[in-house]
Write a protein that binds this ligand. Structure first.
Ligand code: NCD
Length: 292
């Protein structure tokens, strides 16, 4: 693997290799790269978890992290993504992790760029590192994906997390269902009532409403969204005893999930964040080794 752009490009073997390496890192294994690599994280959209987690992972696999502040970069002066990345390549960067608001921004980097590109989120397109850490979290819990009922709830059409997970989980044998208002179903078939999915879900994955990607705002008050599509304490009590709650975060408490459930026993929301570091170590190692 030379880049990580979309879950659509990964075979099951490649996915399982990354999950195995994440497990090895969680068990304390040392990374296996041939030299010290220089990496930069280019975040043109806000991020707390993904950016910090990549930086931690890069340091743990022995990379030198070269600071890059998108808001003070020449992108603000109109420089193209291609020219920015080519410039970093000439300076000696080996890999870039990029988050940008344009879907498939990476297409302009496919030719003429020799640094590795890791997609940390492209608009409403894909978010492969989040997907891989979600898969790692699910595999750790259930040991398999085969036959699991995974219900993704919320703003499906604007969510790169939903799309990445839908692609990958289906390939791995899970039964992926969606629960959302019809306007947010996009190309997916969706349920519109919790009654249809609540009691047989093994995983309930909640999503934040992606207000920044809405062109027409759907008229939901926080209260009415919570009432119709939020995970409330009453609904949580109806979940299977073995079922878990996931959310890529940031969480809007009392909108997609009740405040008191964020750290409840079956919530894996903060464990996902921890798992993200091991998974991103595996991603960075795999990509850098893929170029050795
Ligand atoms: C997600 C994202 O940026 O797509 N966050 C993340 O990376 N953990 C989800 C979101 O912003 O709602």
């Amino acid at each position: 693997m030379k880049n990580l752009l979309s879950m659509e490009h990964l075979s099951n073997e490649e996915i399982l290799h990354i999950l195995d390496r994440a497990k090895a890192f969680e068990n304390g294994e040392e990374p296996k790269t041939a030299r010290t690599y220089n990496v930069a994280n280019l975040f043109f959209e806000p991020s707390t978890r993904t950016k910090t987690s990549f930086e931690m992972a890069e340091r743990k696999v022995g990379c030198t992290v070269i600071p890059f502040d998108a808001g003070f970069s020449s992108a603000v002066k109109g420089e193209t993504m291609y020219d920015t990345v080519k410039t970093l390549e000439m300076i000696g960067i080996d890999a870039v992790v990029i988050r940008a608001e344009e879907d498939e921004y990476y297409n302009e980097l496919l030719e003429g760029i020799n640094v590795a590109v890791i997609n940390a989120g492209d608009g409403a397109g894909q978010h492969p590192s989040q997907c891989l850490l979600d898969l790692y979290t699910i595999k750790k819990e259930f040991g398999t994906f085969d036959g699991l009922n995974v219900t993704i709830v919320g703003d499906i059409s604007h969510s790169r997390v939903a799309k990445s997970n839908a692609t990958a989980l289906a390939k791995l044998g899970a039964n992926v269902r969606f629960l959302c208002p019809q306007d947010w179903a996009g190309d997916f078939e969706a349920y519109h009532s919790w009654d249809e999915v609540l009691e047989d879900s093994d995983v309930i994955m909640l999503l934040r409403i992606q207000h920044e990607r809405h062109t027409v705002s759907k008229s939901f008050s926080k209260e009415s969204y919570h009432e119709q599509y939020g995970l409330t304490p009453k609904r949580e009590k109806m979940m299977k005893s073995s079922a878990i709650i996931m959310h890529p975060a940031p969480v809007n408490r009392d909108v997609e999930i009740a405040d008191e459930l964020v750290e409840c026993e079956r919530s894996r929301i903060f464990q996902q964040v921890r798992n993200g570091v091991y998974t991103r170590m595996a991603i960075v190692e795999t990509i850098l080794k893929g170029r050795e």
